[in-house]
Design a binder for this molecule. Sequence first.
Ligand SMILES: NC(=O)c1ccc[n+]([C@@H]2O[C@H](COP(=O)([O-])OP(=O)(O)OC[C@H]3O[C@@H](n4cnc5c(N)ncnc54)[C@H](OP(=O)(O)O)[C@@H]3O)[C@@H](O)[C@H]2O)c1
Length: 276
Amino acid sequence: MLENKRIGLLGAGVMAEVIASGLARSKLVQPADIVMTHYRQDRLDELQDRLGVEGSLKNREAYERCHIVVLCVRPQAMTTVLDEISPVLRGDVLLVSIAAGLPISFYERRLGRDIPFVRAMPTFFGRIKAGTTGLALNRHTSAEHLALVSRLFDTVSAHVVVMPEDEIDAFTTFGSTTTATVYVLLDALITAGSLVGLRHQASHSRAIEQVVAAAQNVVASDKLPSQLLDEICTPGGVTVEGVKVLEEKAMRGTVIEGVLAATERARDLRRASGTE
Ligand SMILES: NC(=O)c1ccc[n+]([C@@H]2O[C@H](COP(=O)([O-])OP(=O)(O)OC[C@H]3O[C@@H](n4cnc5c(N)ncnc54)[C@H](OP(=O)(O)O)[C@@H]3O)[C@@H](O)[C@H]2O)c1
């Protein structure tokens, strides 16, 4: 399916590298059939050396040479890239964007052509092929386009799901803020472990082990997190004292506010794109 397809990744940053590595690992695509773009030659040289992909300084030239093109620049740089490729747009090239916050209507308006387009939201976990990629497709896509793009993101995620476009912002911000919250939490726990006398390495590995086990336990037990919390809080015991402080310091409310703030930022990006 992806065999014999040349894939362009425009904007060779973190996510483009994750996707290129996933594709190369899958062996569905030869590294030489992956074209990555950046405006810095040293970044392209580094990727060529490490992954064996092809590098190009020109987005338009890369687009013209590929069957599937994934826009991997940040939302703020999207207009520049779209304006570069729009004079050479073709209906037989599947265009995909992974940018957060920009709706399909933004691309359609800017490009002004009826082309197959997919808005994709992969996770940060491409390196371990975990998490879910969400897809929203425009009306010019076919079953073959869906199969192609599913196969592509299958190389960097455990699951690929198609969803209505109006759900993708919440899917994105909830996913990214959940990950960020866990990283902040882990970082704080490691410091706390050191403060109560664990060696740094022990604090690090025990914090990770506990967070992973706590999440696995929710999956395995079929119980709500609040029920499990109740189970580990022995009345009059030590854990419940810690939980009391977390409640007093409004940890729960702060986590919720973080998710809401990220969702508001996605709304700002949409407004700035002129689509709201
Ligand atoms: N990071 C995540 O976890 C994640 C997850 C899902 C989706 N996304 C989306 O994925 C996209 C990329 O995110 P990222 O974290 O990979 O960002 P990133 O590391 O900044 O990657 C974008 C790259 O594109 C380069 N670039 C900027 N303008 C360019 C141009 N005109 N032509 C070619 N390259 C250009 C940037 O260079 P400079 O840095 O020098 O400007 C940067 O190296 C974003 O739209 C984001 O919303 C990210």
